[in-house]
Design a binder for this molecule. Structure first.
Ligand code: AHR
Length: 524
């Protein structure tokens, strides 16, 4: 209220009433976001596949070399060549599945380059990512042993773009055969007697682009051919994934589900979030204004609509739900950091990225029936990474913390929620201020995750649970003073979760979420 207006009102004798009114109105409009949520604990939905919390590690920048693999002779503390700090951090994350070796790299990767004595492996050029030398030091054995070390399932991306069905078939035999075939014996000679389990196998990556620049119709035929030769011993057939579309596209799902009648267990889809939506000038990872905060959150939410559109086609063409939808690349993608090789896709990771992650999890949960896997791009040192390393040091990113806070949702049963929330707006951008998801975890506890997208206002969320008595809630919250607060190897704990709890008041649970925060609580 302006001073002139206050003077004029005082002269009219309505000062106190107006002052009180303006105070409470201001509190409602600017100080707090008031939202309500009803959690339907009596209407359980689909099981949230743990693979929604999957990871992706490509031969790209410092994603594998330096980030995971430093070699046995490295001064960086390691076990058989794998960095101890990164392995311990990934174990704590309960990584359910890792996709490897690409990405675009997969369609140029020839598996024979990465087996046998390391010093004899051919050195190739990583043409996609920086044109640097690829030593092939990290190959099939190194990846499989890494997966065993962190306790995760494996998702191998096969080479369709520049490979052959024979090469793919041989790789599968090499990895999975328990016979005395020449390939199985070669694996034994290279140090691995027991066949490995290949849980998921992708027939190419982004075959519309870096994976061969194909039309969906052409790829559908190739899929039929290549998938025929992805063989494994009885009872060990991997889940076979077709390379699908991206962003708002639905054509790949339409064509694949009408042209492929067998072998296709899932179709992959990719969506990257940029602040601007303009690939040539995406926006920065740090030092952004509130306009880019809201535009990033708004753009990440588009995935909800993109999944729904593809789901509608799957419901039509695959009503029995035999073909899953895998978002096997997702996350933020910013402009290259000054001073870094642009082809290495290294970017900082801030509180904004943690909110992006949580918003995506909440969306994936809602689509849990069809979305059976999601793999964030990427695990270490690339794009929206969990971990950033510099020499012997490491920092866990805000995204890492979001993943860890959501661990109780792995394998939990989705519970529908009805959320009434005001919007958070800036300029022409508007998003719901609060995002909520709920589930019953594998131990029977109710878990609720909440995101307050508003960077200025606290959100007071009043929650009602139908079908379960609730006394209170406790868990953790992730927030910080700045929108771009982040961790570095010098200050690795600038952003980290802290304790959070909520009590019952007036028969309902009241959760007070700080501005720009993610909270995950268990109800008791
Ligand atoms: O994750 C980086 C790249 O993004 C992947 O290699 C490719 O599949 C996608 O275009």
């Amino acid at each position: 209220m302006t001073r002139q207006l206050r003077t004029r009102l005082r002269s009219l004798g309505v000062c106190c009433l107006v002052a009180l009114m303006s105070g409470s109105a201001a509190a409602a409009d600017t100080a707090t976001v008031n939202a309500t949520v009803t959690i339907r604990a009596d209407q359980p939905g689909a099981v949230i596949n743990p693979n929604i919390y999957g990871q992706f590690a490509e031969h790209l920048g410092a994603g594998i070399y330096e980030g995971i693999w430093v070699g046995e002779k490295s001064p960086i503390p390691n076990t058989n060549g794998y960095r101890n700090d990164v392995v311990a951090a990934l174990k704590a994350l309960h990584v359910p599945v890792v996709r490897w070796p690409g990405g675009c790299f997969a369609d140029e990767y020839h598996w024979r380059d990465g087996i046998g004595p390391r010093e004899k492996r051919p050195v190739k050029v990583n043409t996609h990512w920086g044109g640097v030398a690829e030593t092939n030091e990290f190959g099939t054995h190194e990846f499989m042993m890494f997966a065993e070390l962190i306790g995760t399932k494996v998702y191998i991306s096969g080479n369709v773009g520049s490979g052959s069905p024979q090469e793919m078939a041989d790789w599968m035999e090499y990895m999975t055969s328990g016979t005395v075939s020449t390939l199985a014996n070669e694996r034994r000679k290279n140090g691995r007697d027991k066949p490995w389990e290949v849980h998921y196998f992708g027939i190419g990556n982004e075959t519309w682009g870096c994976g061969g620049n194909m039309t969906p119709e052409y790829y559908a035929n190739l899929f039929r051919q290549f998938a025929t030769y992805v063989k494994a011993p009885r009872g060990h057939r991997p889940t076979i994934v077709a390379s699908g579309g991206h962003d708002e596209g639905t054509k790949w799902v339409e064509v694949l589900t009408t042209n492929v009648q067998r072998d296709m267990d899932a179709i992959s889809h990719h969506y990257y979030t940029t602040p601007s939506g303009v690939w040539a000038k995406k926006g920065n990872s740090l030092g952004f204004g509130e306009n880019e905060w809201i535009s990033t959150l708004k753009r990440t939410m588009l995935i909800d609509e993109y999944i729904s559109k593809n789901e509608a086609i799957l419901e039509k063409n695959d009503p029995q739900n035999k073909v899953a939808f895998y978002v096997d690349e997702w996350g933020t993608w910013y402009d290259p950091e000054p001073g870094r090789e642009p082809g290495f896709l290294w970017q900082q990771n801030s509180l904004r990225d943690a909110l992006v992650a949580a918003i995506n999890f909440n969306i994936f949960h809602r689509h849990a029936k069809r979305v059976q896997m999601a793999n964030i791009a990427q695990m270490v040192n690339v794009l929206q990474a969990m971990i950033l390393t510099e020499g012997p040091k490491m920092a866990l990113t805000p995204t890492y913390h979001a993943f860890q806070m959501y661990v109780p949702f792995q394998g939990a049963t989705f519970l529908p929620t009805e959320v009434q929330t005001p919007n958070y707006s800036l300029g022409s951008d508007t998003v719901p201020a609060v995002s909520v998801t709920a589930a019953r975890d594998t131990a029977g506890k109710l878990q609720v995750a909440l995101v307050n997208l508003d960077p200025r206002r606290e959100a007071v969320v009043t929650a009602d649970v139908t079908g379960a008595p609730v006394k209170g809630a406790s868990g953790r919250v992730l927030t910080a003073n700045a929108m771009d607060a982040h961790n570095t190897v010098e200050a690795p704990e600038a952003v980290k979760p802290t304790a959070f709890s909520a009590r019952r008041s007036g028969g309902k649970l009241v959760l007070r979420l700080p501005p720009k925060s993610v909270a995950v609580v268990a109800l008791d």
